[in-house]
Design a protein. Structure first.
Length: 256
């Protein structure tokens, strides 16, 4: 029996240890390595060609979706997403995932996910793809039409930013201000023009002057007069205007 060469990707050491522990008793699985961030994962997948990756969705700089976007479709292994998102956010990508694990997960749920991954690996080795993997690869192929990098000037320097690194965007007249961690970058572009160039599955307008990267959203709280307050992973709070609430609901596949 050929082993399923497996890569574990998560920025939390305890989370990686948990997956490794659960894989420890599986004779057909070979854990070939671990990665603590998305950039390491991209390099490892390209050079070592794992059959299966347990991939954290939300990581600093490059998240799980950013990892897959950086790969050619033919390079993409079988993927099990691992996420701390609430159920409403899971719906945003569930249609394209081979499977997902919602933290904290137990052994039975993990083994169920592993069985699905085994089947996906088997089909790939036989030269076939199951419908979920076909949908995922088609989605990634389509997403390449959207802007993946932007050039911004900072003093005398020109900085190349991946769009997946952007936390949120605010309008500033004929410019937009890109929030990337603690950094701020001005880009000469209107909010409406930039919105058309970004992947709508990743970036959504939540206010006339605000757009957010859905991968950064952690919580939503009712606010005033139909508005909501969004809290991002770094603690930033943004207002979801009731005017734009329907757009977000469409992305999440759930009514707020």
């Amino acid at each position: 029996m050929t082993s399923i060469r497996t890569l574990i990707v998560d920025d939390e050491p305890l989370a990686r240890a948990r997956v490794r522990e659960l894989l420890g008793g599986q004779p057909d699985v070979e854990v070939m390595g671990e990665c603590g961030n998305g950039r390491e994962a991209i390099a490892a997948i390209r050079s070592r060609h794992p059959d299966l990756v347990f991939l954290d969705v939300q990581m600093p700089e490059v998240g799980g979706f950013g990892v897959l976007e950086a790969l050619e479709p033919a390079q993409s292994p079988a993927v099990v997403f691992v996420t701390a998102f609430d159920e409403f956010a899971v719906r945003a990508f569930e249609v394209h995932a081979l499977d997902y694990l919602l933290k904290p997960f137990d052994r039975p749920r993990f083994l169920q996910s592993l069985d699905r991954a085994r089947e996906a690996v088997r089909l790939r080795r036989e030269g076939r793809l199951d419908d979920r993997l076909t949908a995922l690869l088609a989605h990634l192929d389509t997403s390449r039409r959207y802007l993946r990098r932007v050039l911004v000037k900072t003093g005398s320097r020109t900085v190349l930013l991946r769009t997946s690194e952007i936390d949120w965007i605010e309008s500033a007249g004929n410019y937009v201000r890109l929030h990337v961690g603690r950094e701020r970058h001005l880009l000469r572009e209107t909010m409406a023009a930039l919105e058309e160039k970004l992947d709508p599955d990743q970036f959504v307008r939540i206010h006339r002057s605000t757009m957010v990267n859905l991968e950064r959203v952690r919580e939503l709280e009712p606010y005033f007069h139909g508005d909501y307050m969004l809290r991002l992973a770094d603690g930033t709070k943004l207002t979801l205007s009731r005017t734009y609430r329907e757009r977000l609901q469409e992305r999440l596949g759930r009514t707020l």
